[in-house]
Structures are given as structure tokens and as C-alpha cells.
Design a protein around this ligand. Structure first.
Ligand SMILES: Cc1cc2nc3c(=O)[nH]c(=O)nc-3n(C[C@H](O)[C@H](O)[C@H](O)COP(=O)(O)OP(=O)(O)OC[C@H]3O[C@@H](n4cnc5c(N)ncnc54)[C@H](O)[C@@H]3O)c2cc1C
Length: 458
């Protein structure tokens, strides 16, 4: 007999707190309940939710079912010889690192937060600061088991069910529920990286140094001041790194190279008044950040380099009740320079600042029809939600991105329209055909899926 606790009507959002929607939320207590809910909940359709770190509506399902993957939280096995980790979909990157770092292994691909689930990472085909060298999480993913709409559990890899393997990577939960996965971890000498910091006076200089030097670094990003104008347009700070060599670690660290100092557990206790983030405070912050950085090298731990924001719990509350809209775009190499100049000029002229703006070189695309990265440059921006005027500006940015042959990232998106999405992701029909074969009744659907018409409304 099928039994599971009923759903509760809950107001949910992604990490950006926008949009916020009423959903029917299931909190299974066991893996078996998780599977039963996915297959048999009475709602027309369902979407799986990991740690809710996507910014927009990818893990929302207005008036329909949302199931948490929390009970899928076991590390199933670890092969210390080969670094192969098998774990359930709800295990977080933080848990993997806590488990694997002391054994001398790291996650080869990690986004800017470790508070994401393995299921969410695969569904968004996440990338890190090393996309230019190592690609997305697909490159460390050996296989996963997918619970599909007809109740079968399929092993998906490059050899078995390759269509579902690639469609699920970047498929935002719309092909089925990932149950567990095998990831290839990478051996490391320590939990430290050797960083190089270099300010650039404008975008031209940043481009020159990134083109010439990013390949010499395993990890490479640039923080960019999007309020700077004129000759300083695009002034930035390159923050690049390689794994630290043992002999370069300070003696105290060398004695225990996998222990990381505890960082202060700061937190934002409540939603801050959104007026604190105004153009003036952002201009001050951006200038201060730029002038605080000098050219230098430094050894820092994983936490500080990869997850600086994770040190501040609930940092998204600084944006207040109305939340924040993340906007991440990628432009192909051929148009990246010109496109970014136009985009930065547009943002800067609007007087609207992004608190955090990050520029990255991206490597070649993979075989997934809905994966985000293509070879070129990616820019991620955070805008406090100010209402319709912001949505209008983001729609202008969509047109610029399209004109330059680029696309925006679904894991961060909350306002793209279906026509622009289709123009940005020309392999959508391939994805739809795979979904139709495995989920003809659209058991798996989400607010994002319907907004972008990846899935028909039902
Ligand atoms: C501070 C911050 C920094 C970030 N930096 C980066 C970055 O550098 N690079 C990058 O690529 N991303 C980045 N992200 C985005 C984040 O990595 C992705 O949104 C990721 O999907 C979040 O995982 P989650 O477990 O929170 O998933 P959720 O937000 O809960 O869900 C995201 C998607 O995954 C699907 N999903 C979740 N679990 C399953 C499952 N078991 N089976 C099938 N589908 C599932 C959901 O349906 C949804 O479509 C960042 C996010 C934050 C908040």
C-alpha cells in the first residue's frame, strides 16, 4: 500500500526570494516515502527540491507538488583507491567535502556555494571557477539512477541511456528524480590554494590578462565594478588560483594540510530594509572593494577562496523582503568583448549597481541540450529587486545577450520569457523529444518549466 504524509500549502521561493509562490510541499521522512510521493502524489505534477539554492522558480511548482530530497542523505560508498563516491541525491557538497577532504580528496567542480545538493547540481549542470579547464559537473559524473514517470529506475551514463544522461544534466528536474549518483573526486595535497590577485584598470586590461593568463590557472574569476564608467568601464580584480603545493604552505598548515581554520559564523538575522542597498552604498562598496586589492600572491583555504559568501548565513536577507534577481549570461568568444561593453554601459548608465558581479572565462559546451555554458565569457550579476523597472532593464539585457549569440543561466533566472529562451537554447526540441519519450504526461513540471514553455501547462 502506498502511504506518505500529506502536503502542506507553503509559501516558497528560491534563494533570491523572488518569485514567492504557494506550493504543495511534501516533506518525506524516508527514501521510500520520497519515491512514493514522486510517483503517486495526487497533484497533476511534481518537482524535486534540493537545498533551494537556485535563485528563481526552478524548484517551485505553483499550486502543485514540490518534494524535498532531504531524506536522501546517505553517502553509500567511497572507493579510496579511485576516489569514486556514491551518494544519494540530497547529500550536499558541504557534506561531501567534510567527508572527503580529510581523506585527501576534493570535488573537482564546485559552484560558489557548498550548500547545494548533488541532485540540484546535476539538474543545473553546475560549473565552477575552472570551467575554462574542466567543464561542468558532467565531467566528474560517472552515472546516476533516475526515477522516471512510469515508475522505472534507469541507470544513466554516457553508455547507458545516454539521451537521459545528457538531458537530465541541465534539465532542471524535468526528466525525473535523480536518486543517487557516482562522482569522481580528485586527490589533493591540501585544502589550500595558491591565489594571485591582480587589479585591472578597465575591461580591456581585464580581457587582455584573462586571455593571456587564465589557462595558467586551474581556477580563474574576476570581480567587476559595474558602476565604473568611461575609461574605467569594467575595472576589475582578477582572483585566480592553483592548488597549493605542500612545500609552499606555512609550516603550521603543512603539519595538518586538510584542516581548515574555523571562520567566524556571521549571519544576517532578519530581512534587512532594502533601502540600505541604494546606488550610493553600492558605489561605495564597489570602490572600496576595488581599491582594497593590490597585486599579490597568498595561500588561502578552500572555504575562503571558493565559498566566501557561505561564511555569512542567510546573506540573501541583505536584499530585504523583495529579494534579489540574479542574472548570469554567457556570450560566445567572438562577441564577448563588444557584448560586455554594451551590457556594462547599459547597466552603468541605468545607475543600477550589482552588489556582486563576477566575470569568468568559459570553455567548450558539452553534449547536454539545456546546459548553460558555451565557450566565451560569462558574467553573473545581483540586482536588488526594485519591481517593474528592474524587469524592464533585464529584458533589455536579454535582447543584448540574444543579439550577441549568448544565453542566460536557468538556475539563476526568474524572468526570461519563453520566446527569448527558445532563441537562446536552440536544442530545446531535442530536450522536449527526450522528455516526451520518458514523461509523456508531464508528471515532472515546475513554475520555471511552464514559464519557459519547456513543459506545456497542465
Ligand atoms: C551563492 C550562490 C552561488 C552560486 N554559484 C554558482 C556557480 O558558481 N555555478 C553554478 O553553476 N551555479 C551556482 N549557483 C547556483 C546553484 O549551484 C544551482 O542553482 C544548484 O542547482 C542549487 O542546488 P540545490 O540543491 O539548492 O537545488 P534547488 O535549488 O533545490 O533545485 C535546483 C534544480 O534542481 C532540481 N533538482 C534538485 N534535486 C533534484 C533531484 N534529486 N532530481 C532531479 N532534479 C533535482 C530542481 O527541480 C530544480 O530544477 C549558486 C547559487 C548560490 C546561492
Amino acid at each position: 500500500m502506498v502511504t506518505f504524509p500529506p502536503a502542506t500549502r507553503t509559501s516558497l521561493s528560491g534563494w533570491g526570494n523572488y518569485p514567492r509562490e504557494e506550493c504543495e510541499l511534501y516533506r518525506p521522512a524516508t527514501p521510500s516515502e520520497f519515491e512514493q510521493i514522486v510517483l503517486h502524489s495526487p497533484h497533476t505534477n511534481i518537482i524535486t527540491r534540493g537545498r533551494g539554492r537556485s535563485y528563481g522558480d526552478a524548484a517551485l511548482n505553483r499550486d502543485r507538488g514540490v518534494v524535498l530530497s532531504d531524506p536522501m542523505n546517505r553517502i553509500l560508498s567511497f572507493d579510496t583507491e579511485n576516489g569514486i563516491l556514491n551518494c544519494e541525491c540530497g547529500v550536499s557538497f558541504a557534506e561531501i567535502l567534510n567527508f572527503a577532504l580529510p581523506k585527501g580528496f576534493v570535488l573537482p567542480i564546485t559552484p560558489g556555494t557548498k550548500h547545494i545538493s548533488v541532485g540540484g547540481a546535476i539538474a543545473a549542470d553546475v560549473h565552477g571557477k575552472n570551467h575554462h579547464r574542466d567543464g561542468t559537473i558532467s565531467s566528474q559524473l560517472l552515472d546516476f539512477r533516475l526515477l522516471t514517470a512510469n515508475g522505472s529506475t534507469l541507470l544513466c551514463s554516457r553508455e547507458e541511456n545516454p539521451d537521459l544522461f545528457w538531458a537530465t544534466l541541465g534539465g532542471m528536474g524535468l526528466t525525473g528524480a535523480i536518486l543517487d549518483a557516482r562522482l569522481q573526486l580528485r586527490p589533493a595535497d591540501s585544502a589550500y590554494v595558491d591565489t594571485s590577485t591582480q587589479p585591472c584598470v578597465n575591461l580591456d586590461q581585464a580581457f587582455e590578462l584573462m586571455e593571456a593568463g587564465d589557462r595558467d590557472y586551474e581556477y580563474a574569476v574576476a570581480w567587476i565594478d559595474c558602476l565604473a564608467q568611461g575609461r574605467s568601464l569594467g575595472r576589475s580584480v582578477l582572483l585566480r588560483a592553483n592548488p597549493a603545493e605542500l612545500q609552499n604552505l606555512p609550516p603550521k598548515v603543512r603539519a595538518s594540510p586538510f584542516s581548515i581554520p574555523k571562520h567566524l559564523g556571521l549571519g544576517v538575522p532578519f530581512q534587512m530594509p532594502s533601502m540600505l542597498l541604494n546606488p550610493l552604498s553600492m558605489r561605495l562598496f564597489n570602490s572600496a572593494f576595488y581599491f582594497a586589492h593590490r597585486t599579490r600572491r597568498n595561500i588561502v583555504d578552500w572555504q575562503r577562496y571558493f565559498y566566501p559568501l557561505d561564511s555569512i548565513a542567510h546573506w540573501n536577507r541583505i536584499y530585504g523582503r523583495r529579494g534579489v534577481l540574479q542574472y548570469q549570461l554567457v556570450l560566445p568568444s567572438a562577441t564577448a568583448r563588444q557584448g560586455l561593453i554594451e551590457i556594462l554601459e547599459h547597466i552603468s548608465a541605468s545607475g543600477r549597481a550589482s552588489f556582486l558581479a563576477v566575470l569568468k572565462t568559459t570553455g567548450p559546451a558539452n553534449a547536454s541540450p539545456l546546459s548553460f555554458p558555451i565557450e566565451g565569457m560569462s558574467l553573473a550579476l545581483d540586482f536588488p529587486n526594485t519591481g517593474p523597472d528592474l524587469l524592464e532593464m533585464l529584458s533589455d539585457l536579454d535582447q543584448m545577450v540574444l543579439r550577441h549569440g549568448g544565453r542566460v543561466y536557468l538556475a539563476k533566472d526568474s524572468c526570461l520569457d519563453a520566446a527569448d529562451f527558445m532563441a537562446m537554447y536552440p536544442r530545446l526540441e531535442e530536450f522536449r523529444a527526450i522528455k516526451a519519450r520518458h514523461d509523456p504526461e508531464n508528471r515532472f513540471s515546475s513554475s520555471l518549466g511552464r514559464r519557459l514553455r519547456i513543459v506545456e501547462a497542465s
